[in-house]
Design a protein around this ligand. Structure first.
Ligand SMILES: Nc1nc2c(c(=O)[nH]1)N=C([C@H](O)[C@H](O)COP(=O)(O)OP(=O)(O)OP(=O)(O)O)CN2
Length: 159
């Protein structure tokens, strides 16, 4: 049996989509919502897959340190990176891809969650990033643990 739980983390960040060709090429920001879907095969003596508070500590800890109130930019965006370096103090996180909701969800699922959850006995199987109340993207693992990237836009946010 597999049991799944979800921990939601909210944060604010700025970004721009390099070479987007539209308004999202301008610096702008979002009140993001990140939904972390975590699975485990068993529960502890209390009946928990893992304590929600522990997930908050891990996920919010990473988000607060790296993405909250930061600008998230594409590593190819030299102009944007150099512009932000002029700002003091400057909080910037550079991704190997454009900071779309899709790539942010994928990055969290593939790169961040395995490190954060090491030794906990649980696995993050899906991350959804909401950019607005109307748009989100999610990245998930299939049953073999391989990445499945699915963008789903214009779905209502569940609150
Ligand atoms: N598939 C994706 N498309 C877009 C992404 C993304 O991450 N994945 N991101 C953006 C921009 O970041 C943009 O800020 C969001 O654009 P949009 O949905 O058009 O924004 P609004 O809902 O605020 O639209 P208004 O027309 O201003 O109300 C673009 N596309």
């Amino acid at each position: 049996m597999s049991l799944s739980i979800m921990r939601r983390i909210k944060f604010c960040a700025g970004h721009r989509l390099y070479k987007h060709g539209g308004k999202c090429e301008f610096f702008h920001g979002h009140n993001y919502v990140a939904d972390f879907h975590v699975s485990g095969d068993e529960v502890d003596d209390v009946g928990r897959v893992i304590d929600f508070a522990e997930l908050k500590r891990l996920f919010k800890g990473w988000i607060d340190e790296h993405w909250d109130h930061a600008f998230i930019l594409n590593e190819d965006d030299d102009n944007g990176i150099n512009a932000l370096k002029q700002v003091v103090p400057c909080k910037m996180y550079v991704l190997p891809t454009n900071p779309t909701a899709e790539s942010m969800a994928t990055y969290l699922l593939e790169k961040v969650c395995p490190k954060l959850l090491k030794g906990t006995g649980v696995t993050c199987r899906k991350v959804a990033i909401w950019e607005t109340e109307d748009s989100f993207a999610e990245a998930s693992l299939d049953s073999a643990g391989n990445l499945q990237s699915i963008a789903e836009l214009s779905e209502p946010m569940v609150s």
